[in-house]
Design a protein around this ligand. Structure first.
Ligand SMILES: [Zn+2]
Length: 485
């Protein structure tokens, strides 16, 4: 049943119901349990709490610019982030001293040193060649009121090749020629520092705040693979690692990848029987067509799914081909290709259950196509690997979730442009692992950076200030609620 039908059916009662729900939603926040914290947390609005602060004045774009410029100078390639980690720690310690911040760099490199070679290969950067040099940065600020706790995270590594020569032109900071800037994700660090500076300087009451800086996000995700659970406690978890400062990402895709193989028994031209033999190439082409694989595009009716085969290999003969060089499924024509394989990948933002359903459907389609291809002919064996479980587990946070409601209120209260709360194909690499390991769902917030991962990368200082204001306003909105646990 869609929403419209629901309204039609329940027209007289629906208004009162939704009104009640709205009041309820505004009066009460409930944050779900996770593997880290098996209790859900409930909070109720305390109408005596009002925080009056002009965030347009309080947030200082110059502090943001100065902090970012000092970070941009630190080497931060994946698994070589030590200089940047130490700098970030020093900035947070200095800025949040009066808040009683306790920070440390975890023992990740020592932990990895004790691993087997096979496990090391999964953690090291540069295809298993470079051991991580730095630990993750973990910080904790005790709360001084009963209020929801926040977890602010960023990653410590960048795609920078050079660590000087960047230029500030008014509101914009640009990289030197031939290197990405590294605002992804050093801007995340600067924004967190500014949030803490404002809370400290204006002595704003606050709940517990945790801060996590993860290493090697751009490579092996070593930081997210190994960070301790306790670091990721929190009612509202945000990763300040997006781009558009007026966009909040509430989803991360499920990722599956593996191989599809087709084997037939027509291995030698001399043994080919025109009527009995089956071309593996032809069956493979039919599988790609009928199961919805498109080169870097979406299967029909699924705008939030990318399903593609990025490598196919076809047996001996070429047979009929399309203009793109794909073999055309004609059992009669292709007779002597005994083996076909394709690497497949799916990124699905419809949630983990929907992604698994789609993968199950693909596997069933492959089975059916192969059975049909082999019916009355020689046997066709088809196999799909990687379909049993996602490589990365995806999630979609409901728009009605308490965390999204607080962020929406905060960003809208301080907005200059309309806010977009989206579930689309971006980022969430660390978010995926944090979800899979701890069942905690990070929300992705922008930084003001643009064209990341390219030599055109730049960042808007006013964009960073916009994010700092939005997050601060959302935190203050949440601080009007006290725990009822
Ligand atoms: Zn990033």
């Amino acid at each position: 049943m869609n929403k419209l039908q629901f309204h039609k059916l329940l027209a007289p009662g629906i208004l009162a119901l939704s009104l009640l729900q709205t009041v309820y939603a505004d009066d009460r926040l409930v944050f779900p349990a996770s593997m880290i914290d098996t209790q859900e947390h409930a909070y109720e609005l305390d109408r005596s709490r009002e925080f009056k602060i002009d965030l347009m004045q309080a947030v200082d774009p110059e502090f943001l610019a100065t902090t970012l410029l000092s970070l941009l100078r630190q080497d931060a390639r994946s698994c070589r982030e030590s200089a940047n980690t130490r700098k970030a720690k020093q900035i947070l310690d200095d800025t949040a001293k009066a808040l009683g911040i306790r920070s440390n760099i975890d023992q990740l490199p020592a932990t990895v040193a004790s691993f087997s070679d096979a496990r090391k290969a999964e953690i090291y950067c540069d295809n298993g060649k470079t051991a991580p040099e730095s630990g993750n940065l973990i910080a904790y600020i005790p709360g001084n009121i009963s209020a929801p706790s926040w977890n602010l995270s960023f990653h410590l590594d960048t795609n920078q090749l050079l660590f000087d020569g960047f230029q500030r032109e008014g509101d914009i900071i640009r990289p030197a020629a031939g290197t990405p800037l590294g605002a992804d994700d050093k801007a995340g660090i600067a924004i967190v520092a500014e949030i803490l500076r404002v809370i400290s300087e204006h002595q704003l009451p606050h709940g517990e705040i945790r801060i996590v800086g993860l290493i090697a996000e751009e490579d092996s995700a070593a930081g997210a693979q190994l960070v301790e659970a306790d670091a990721f406690r929190g009612d509202i978890l945000i990763s300040i690692d997006g781009t558009d400062p007026d966009e909040i990402g509430r989803a991360a895709p499920s990722m599956y990848n593996g191989f599809i193989t087709v084997r037939t028994h027509t291995s030698h031209p001399a043994s080919v029987d025109e009527k009995q033999s089956v071309s593996a190439c032809a069956v493979g082409a039919q599988i790609l067509r009928e199961t919805g694989f498109r080169p870097d595009a979406h299967p029909p009716g699924h705008p939030n799914v990318v399903l593609h085969s990025y490598f196919t290999s076809c047996g001996l003969d070429k047979g009929l081909e399309t203009a793109k060089g794909e073999p055309i499924a004609s059992y009669q024509y292709n007779t002597i290709s005994p083996f076909w394989t394709a690497a497949w990948q799916m990124r699905n933002l419809e949630g983990n259950a929907a992604a698994q359903t789609m993968v199950d459907r693909i596997a069933a389609d492959i089975k059916r196509i192969c059975a049909q291809a082999g019916a009355g002919r020689s046997q066709v064996e088809c196999e799909i690997s990687g379909a049993d479980s996602p490589k990365l587990s995806g999630y979609v946070v409901a728009e009605s979730a308490a965390s999204i409601r607080m962020l929406k209120k905060g960003f809208e209260a301080t907005a200059q442009k309309p806010l977009r709360i989206t579930a689309k194909q971006f980022g969430g690499f660390n978010g995926n692992l944090i979800k899979a390991r701890f069942d905690e769902e990070m929300i992705i917030v922008g930084t003001g950076a643009d064209q990341i991962h390219t030599n055109e990368e730049k960042i808007s200082i006013s964009g960073m200030a916009r994010v700092a204001r939005g997050v601060l306003a959302a935190m203050l909105e949440s601080y009007r609620y006290r725990s009822v646990d």
